[in-house]
Design a protein. Structure first.
Length: 253
């Protein structure tokens, strides 16, 4: 992915990694559109970050995705980068289905069906662009689980394999598939994460991501150094130790 000269749509970018990435990409000479459910946050972004366009979208709703896609493409027909960033991460207790089933289903709707529907809404258009990118967003937890978030872990593992698969299918097109793999980052994704000293500071994370995009334009995965502990545990042969350490330090247990 080229670091500048793109038109980028990032649904789920009204806060956290998505918004920080949107701001950095705009600063690097990209036209950026952010999407989210909350109109007040979109208005604030438009006021505080002139030049960043906004569109309301609920990535858990298929009709909203289709409507937002039409709106984005009407305003930005040169769109060539899609970053389906929206995601939810919630604690579950699988001892009792009453306590986890609704949460699990909602997680799959947002984290798996959301990206699939977004890609479906834009893939025909992206194939008309000479240099296009789909940047999926997974997690270090796709490779080593946090025991309190089973469905989140599974959803990110699903998106990892989806990325691997559609990259193969789209190899005969102009569309590249890049997977962004964050470690724990200090955002509001879960209560307490913004104060979690074990998580990576947001600004440091996004700066390293942008640096990797700039220096590794052909990378299939964007892995900051910190996430490699989780990403390669199985390959190194210390997967069980990685899982033990990860769950010993989690503040949500």
């Amino acid at each position: 992915m080229n670091i500048s000269g793109n038109t980028v749509f990032i649904p789920g970018a009204t806060s956290g990694i998505g918004l920080a990435l949107a701001i950095e990409l705009q600063a690097r000479g990209n036209t950026v559109v952010v999407g989210g459910r909350r109109s007040e946050l979109l208005r604030r972004i438009a006021a505080e970050k002139p030049g960043i366009d906004t569109v309301r979208i609920d990535t858990a709703n298929a009709a909203s995705i289709d409507s937002a896609a039409q709106e984005v493409l009407a305003r930005h027909p040169d769109l060539n980068v899609l970053v389906p960033m929206a995601g939810v991460m919630r604690v579950e207790d699988w001892h009792d289905p009453v306590s986890f089933l609704d949460t699990a289903e909602a997680t799959i709707t947002t984290n798996v069906l959301g990206p699939i529907r977004l890609i479906a809404a834009f893939i025909e258009h992206l194939q008309t662009r000479p240099d296009a990118t789909i940047m999926t967003v997974t997690s270090g937890l796709a490779f080593a689980p946090l025991k309190v978030t089973p469905t989140y872990n599974a959803s990110k593992a699903a998106i990892h394999m989806l990325s691997e698969s559609i990259r193969l299918q789209l190899a005969d097109t102009s569309v590249r598939v890049v997977e962004l793999i964050p470690p724990a980052v200090r955002t509001a994704l879960m209560p307490g994460h913004q104060e979690n000293e074990a998580a990576m500071p947001l600004e440091k994370y996004v700066a390293e991501v942008v640096s990797l995009l700039e220096t590794q334009p052909d990378a299939k995965e964007i892995q900051v150094e910190r996430v490699k502990f989780q990403r390669y545990g199985e390959a190194r042969g210390d997967y069980d130790k990685v899982v033990e350490i990860l769950n010993a330090t989690d503040p949500h247990q």
